[in-house]
Design a protein. Structure first.
Length: 342
């Protein structure tokens, strides 16, 4: 079965084709980063309108890459939530329209399930069960994954997500938008030991996270440093390095604790922050010491993309968990959608 997937939950328009037997056939992606940069963040109305402009050309591109036509598509998958309501409606309406015109099923996919299963597109492929660290600009969660559709929440952030902490700190340091990748690049030039930043909830008895206090600590350290010296490139580099180290230390400690609590050895990391090189390197090193294994999607599939949506649909189809009735006129999107509800 060939599945055409659409992702439009926020500021990336993604279209991909996945075959249930052969895997990923093609994927095309457009990011709106440049458009939103002057505003310092995503503007929902602009995001929705840009999805409208991009989705048809990207669909043609993905079909061309795979050497297929719409008539070859057996099912259409789309992100139904969570995300920005207007942005979700673009992808959902296009997907439902294509499915209806072809007389094939339209499969609604949870955005986080797409991230959760995306490392299974790469080799080596993690087998079930495993612990998953979902870490992005909007989500930081630890999940136990026993199979497709069988998810147990172990811990989540009580306030800011890890990616949000990256972005907010980058803004304080004047790094622009998007801040997370810029801060990570700058951190490579700094000394992470130059500033002693807190590791929130590092020693708590739960698997929950908290990152909001980190931003306050950075503000305080920055103010104190500037009171005694002029701003310098070294100062900003060191604060960036210290911030990244604090976030990574917490993510690794909680992930290791989750493996210990569940008795599992496999850890899957997904979401935009999963592309962070320091997190990847240190997590692999730490897990080796406890006989654990870490799995990551390819860096280009860490951010939102259509491939993860089409792949999640394929995984659901293979286990008889997808509604394969032909597409209809009616559909819903869910800007707030708990993964436990799917």
């Amino acid at each position: 079965m060939i599945i055409l997937g659409f992702e439009s939950s926020c500021d990336e328009t993604g279209v991909a084709l996945v075959c249930t037997e052969r895997g990923l056939l093609s994927h095309a992606l457009h990011t709106q980063v440049a458009m939103h940069a002057s505003y310092g963040g995503v503007v929902p109305e602009l995001a929705s309108r840009d999805h409208v402009r991009r989705v048809v050309p990207l669909t043609r591109k993905a079909l061309g890459q795979a050497g297929l036509s719409l008539s070859d598509v057996d099912a259409v998958a789309y992100t139904a939530g969570p995300g920005l309501a207007g942005a979700l409606l673009v992808g959902a309406s296009v997907a439902q329209s294509v499915a209806w015109s072809l007389g094939v099923p339209a499969i609604a996919i949870h955005h986080l399930e797409g991230h959760l299963l995306s490392p299974r597109m790469a080799e080596p492929r993690p087998e079930f069960p495993f612990v998953a660290l979902l870490v992005s600009g909007g989500h930081t969660q630890l999940m136990r994954v026993d199979d497709v559709g069988q998810y147990t929440l172990l811990g989540e952030t009580l306030d800011d997500a890890a990616g949000e902490a990256f972005d907010k700190t980058a803004k304080l340091l004047g790094l622009g938008y998007p801040g997370g990748p810029a801060l990570a690049r700058l951190a490579e030039l700094g000394d992470s030991r130059a500033f002693d930043l807190p590791r929130p909830m590092l020693h708590s008895q739960t698997l929950d996270f908290s990152f909001s206090g980190l931003k306050t600590a950075v503000i305080t350290r920055l103010r104190d440093a500037l009171a005694h010296a002029r701003p310098s490139a070294t100062l900003v580099q060191d604060l960036a390095a210290a911030t990244q180290a604090a976030i990574v230390d917490v993510l690794i400690a909680k992930s290791v604790a989750a493996l210990k609590q569940t008795g599992l050895r496999r850890l899957v990391v997904a979401g935009g922050v999963g592309a962070n090189s320091r997190l990847r390197e240190q997590l692999v090193t730490r897990l080796r010491k406890v006989q654990g294994e870490a799995y990551f999607p390819p860096p280009e599939l860490c951010t939102d993309n259509g491939a993860m949506i089409a792949f999640a649909a394929a995984q659901r189809v293979s286990r008889g968990l997808a509604n394969l009735a032909p597409g209809t006129h009616g559909f819903n999107v869910y800007p707030r959608w708990d993964l436990a509800q799917i």
